[in-house]
Design a protein around this ligand. Structure first.
Ligand SMILES: [Zn+2]
Length: 233
């Protein structure tokens, strides 16, 4: 059993934050049932992650699993999500990443099923921040294939889709990772609506994209940008 009195202030704070983000993701329909999983990395390198099979909208801090970088339980507490590999592969390749959100945001997943490219530069806010949203090839959930499918993308993108399945967003903290999930689904909803109304999507002209990318330096935006680093292209 998890020994709550052994938690540091940092651990107690992160456990509460993960539960809040789980509840918010559930309220916003980014997950239903027992979908999704959320994690954060502690200063000592251990990982707090939502447990397997649970409804992530209704978690209490003591329900979370605590694992090492091999996914092994550290505190003999609840068992980690079966998709823990998605989180570990991100932490392994990205020392700057302190939190990971995996959800099933419906519009974004639908666009991957429909084969609509979310890398296309269309929305200025996305062009200047994350660049675009790459999609990984299909990986069978519940197998190491899933984590392997995003291994190349986690090195160069903070926001990505696993085709026909869900999103993975990486952050400097759990709120940052959630913010990117929020941005992702909002963007997908806009693209969806535009696609329905117009019957297709057109990228912004190259010149406009170049000008927007140039504003990144001016405005001091340092986020990983998939248009600049050609991630997933
Ligand atoms: Zn999933």
């Amino acid at each position: 059993m998890t020994n709550q009195s052994a938690w540091s202030d940092e651990e107690a704070r992160l456990r509460a934050a993960i539960c809040r983000i789980g509840a918010l993701s559930y309220e916003r329909n980014y997950i239903v049932g027992a979908d999704g999983n959320f994690s954060a990395r502690l200063q000592d390198g251990s990982i707090l992650i939502t447990p397997t099979g649970a409804m992530k909208g209704f978690l209490e801090p003591q329900h979370l699993a605590k694992v090492d970088m091999n996914g092994e339980s550290i505190d003999c507490g609840p068992r980690a999500s079966s998709e823990v590999g998605i989180h570990l592969v991100a932490y392994k390749h990205r020392p700057d990443v302190r939190a990971v959100c995996h959800a099933h945001p419906p519009h974004a997943v639908a666009l991957t099923i429909a084969g609509i490219d979310m890398q296309m530069p269309i929305i200025p806010e996305i062009v200047t921040t994350i660049g675009g949203i790459p999609t990984a090839a299909f990986g069978t959930p519940g197998t190491p294939e899933l984590a392997a499918s995003i291994e190349d993308l986690v090195r160069c993108a903070d926001v990505m889709m696993m085709t026909n399945h869900g999103s993975v967003t990486l952050g400097a903290n759990i709120l940052d990772a959630y913010k990117k999930l929020d941005m992702l689904e909002h963007t997908a909803r806009i693209l969806w609506l535009a696609h329905v109304v117009k019957g297709g999507l057109d990228p912004l002209p190259d010149e406009a994209v170049k000008k927007m990318l140039a504003t990144r330096k001016m405005l001091g935006i340092t986020t990983r940008n998939t248009l600049e680093n050609q991630c997933g292209r």
